[in-house]
Design a protein around this ligand. Sequence first.
Ligand code: 5CA
Ligand code: ZN
Length: 408
Amino acid sequence: MLAWPDVAIPALPGDPRPLRLYDTSTKELRPTAIGETARMFVCGITPYDATHLGHASTYLAFDLINRQWRDVGAHVVYVQNVTDIDDPLLERAAATGADWQDLATDQIQLFRDDMTALRVLPPSDLVGVVDSIDEVAVRVKDLIDAGAAYRVDDDWYFDVTSDPRFGQVGHYDAATERELFAERGGDPDRPGKRHPLDCLLWRAPREGEPSWESVVGPGRPGWHIECVAIALDHLGMTFDVQGGGNDLIFPHHEMSASQAQVLTHEWPYARHYVHTAMVGLDGQKMSKSLGNLVFVSRLLADGVDEMAIRLALLDNHYREDWEWTEAKLVAAQGRLEAWRCAVAPPTGPNAMRTLEAIREALADDLNSKRALRAVDEWAREQQVRGGDDASAPGIISRAVDALLGVAL
Ligand code: 5CA
Ligand code: ZN
């Protein structure tokens, strides 16, 4: 499906830094994407509600990765799925009397508009599950043929014991795995399953639910296998980054890795598993199911500058949980104003050290907070002492644009 419009990235002087990122699976900080082409799969939205600030924060973290890789000159292949058929979408459509397809179409468009406003670089491929039913069914069939799937009634399940490395993405103990599985779309207690953690691959038609004909019979895809099919078809095995919020570590990315490893007999599925922390509101994770949401589109409709939203989100480290507050937005508005004033004069203090500091901070596991403070220091110096370097305001504007995605 269509992504959203591309965003130009200005060229920068000086030396780019190779990006080091924390990997959930090995628990180490390691360099990423050392080849000429960098490949990333980021789990996309389930389009039943507009983009909230938690989603925006997660997609901005991967946008920073994309921008770091572009800075070192890598060719980036970035794939994102859209879970445009799944239980929560059908439930929301039923509850509101909307057609599930209309609901998905509207929410996907809203997401595109929000990503455009926030200047997020679009994925090279935005791939809907509804457009990928045949490809997903073929992967289910391959798992059946490999002896890694079995039937419960008319549904197909993945046998988690078929991958000896199952559990090595999240490293959770068995009790936690079971708890998270039940919480996040799994059905540990369904009678007829061989193992409580075995997950749905293909769901036979149910009364009143959409279904498709396929090589494994009529039905619709389970959640995890959809991302595996899309990622393997568009990126192949052992791509550089599998991304998403940390609520996707288990079961989603664990199941995805195991299914792909069984399908291809290769390891690992992804070199880095990168997970963003959860944004909260009033002491709870911001989530569609809890309904404690602040929408990007709401803030934009209220006239908030999109770059202030971006700055407010970037003033956090992607691996630390944080809470959205009005005060954070006000602070970001002040910072944006200060930066805009600082780059307005024709000259300023030398900017090369600041550019280096931004690059270094971002290359160090996306330390965007530190990168923002480096720009603050330059802006303060400009305000207090000024400078006579005619290239400086332009370098700062372009650095902030290319590396942080903020247009001044
Ligand atoms: N469609 C699936 C992935 S295949 C899904 O999780 N969709 S979602 O709409 O629920 O979430 C989209 C992305 O936003 C996921 O990466 C999720 O981890 C992330 N996310 C959801 N809530 C928050 C939050 N409060 N803070 C940060 N990220 C969040
Ligand atoms: Zn996914």
